[in-house]
Design a protein around this ligand. Structure first.
Ligand SMILES: Cc1cc2nc3c(=O)[nH]c(=O)nc-3n(C[C@H](O)[C@H](O)[C@H](O)COP(=O)(O)OP(=O)(O)OC[C@H]3O[C@@H](n4cnc5c(N)ncnc54)[C@H](O)[C@@H]3O)c2cc1C
Length: 51
């Protein structure tokens, strides 16, 4: 049972909406803690970054 819980936790991914400074910082911190994440961004290019 412990193995199942551990495997389930390792397979979890955090969804991050927005690739702004906040989203990318969160993704990096999660990575440093061994937590997988996927970043979703609605803009096609970074041309509007920083407005
Ligand atoms: C005119 C202006 C000038 C600025 N100049 C500076 C500066 O010189 N220096 C500085 O330090 N800060 C500056 N800032 C502030 C800085 O832009 C913000 O503090 C910073 O971008 C906030 O980061 P964030 O990740 O919280 O949000 P954001 O940078 O806004 O990122 C949010 C992201 O989420 C995406 N998103 C939103 N909704 C969805 C959705 N439904 N699905 C998918 N993606 C989505 C957006 O496209 C965006 O890329 C400025 C702000 C403005 C408006």
């Amino acid at each position: 049972m412990t193995t199942t819980i551990a495997n389930t936790k390792q397979q979890q991914r955090i969804a991050i909406v927005g690739a702004g400074p906040g989203g990318l910082t969160l993704a990096r911190i999660l990575q440093q803690h061994g937590v997988a994440s996927v970043v979703y961004e609605r803009e096609q290019s970074p041309s509007r970054a920083g407005h």
